[in-house]
Design a protein. Sequence first.
Length: 457
Amino acid sequence: MPDSPLAQTVASLQSRARTELAELVAFKSVADPAQFPRSECEAAAEWVAGALRSEGFTDVALLDTPDGTQSVYGFLPGPAGAPTVLLYAHYDVQPPLDEAAWISPPFELTERDGRWYGRGAADCKGGLIMHLTALRALKEHGGVPVNVKVIVEGSEEQGTGGLEQYAEAHPELLTADTIVIGDTGNFRVGLPTVTATLRGMTLVRVQVDTLEGNLHSGQFGGAAPDALAALIRILDSLRAEDGSTVVDGLEPDARWEGLQYPEEEFRKDAKVLDGVGLTGGGTVADRIWARPAVTVLGIDCPPVVGATPSVQAGARALVSLRIPPGTDAVKASELLAAHLEKAAPWGARVTVEQIGQGQPFRADTGSPAYASMAEAMREAYDGTEMQTSGMGGSIPLCNTLAGLYPQAEILLIGLSEPEAQIHAVNESVSPEELERLSLAEALFLQRYARQYEAAGS
């Protein structure tokens, strides 16, 4: 870390950052009432609102969004004539999956081997703490030099689009000169990175029906059409022999030009077992940033324990399709549904239900704000130059904001580097990355304010 007064202040705030992150991680804020009580998300939203009020934010509000969740908004006025910067994070999290596989409780922030473990520590409750730490440090060094809007989403992980719909209905609310999305991450620990592209996403539920009811497999098996077997064939049609994604009508061979991801590093980051090959062709960067990728997220069928000798009458699956910039999510959804229906064997009845959707995003990395961020990251990371990468994940709000505010510059940074294992068990955040990125954001706001003032003079 640099030894400037601002850097020292950020370092002094890390104990408070850990305490607050622990409080926030303790909320089981999975935005799915079928898994966790709605009250957990409501309590997390109230915590966020209280944190903003304590920092002097005005107009703090809990926004009831159309998908039934709450986003939290606040405004912190800056000097007269200063630009406005919108800072984004989300407080909802992925479910913990197999809690028994966590080394420490998923909703209890635990320090281990130099990292802080807990669901949402990196994605994206840590992003909110990063924003708060940067603003607190600036207050001790001349004040926050810009107008700041903060929006903290309550259903980003569900992909149900509540905040996007709310923003479209209230376009004046989030207008800004520059938007900092704190929900991506460095290419790896210690390498400052902004994200240039995000893949879009479509999420569908596939239902397969073949019989009026389950049948005895000894009496009817061999001729009765098995819905589970039909579903397996349908899902298998989504991959070529090498494992690459195949959806009729989608471009499968796009290339990524830019920062590359060496295969040996990817295998290590992804914890691929020895002897198991990667799927798809082309470079790793091609596969995860420039091409569509299908994932079967879950299947409803009888579990092994307690299974009976039956031919299944129905089965269903949840399927995610990630799509690169340049592909329309609506069209991709239509192609995916058509592919699934066409692949059904034996005349099995297939119903495809849209669950979630988000457009891909490409940032303008040549905009002036990126120059300010590059300088800020260079200082925060002791001279290491900022890199630009893609990201395989989706943040649907980015396209909404780009459409509503075409003049705004959008930057994507965050704490989700490979070791963070977001969406998996044992998610964690690097305290060092939190400290450095908090400093980088504070430096960015200072530099951006000066750049804006110089451009206007």
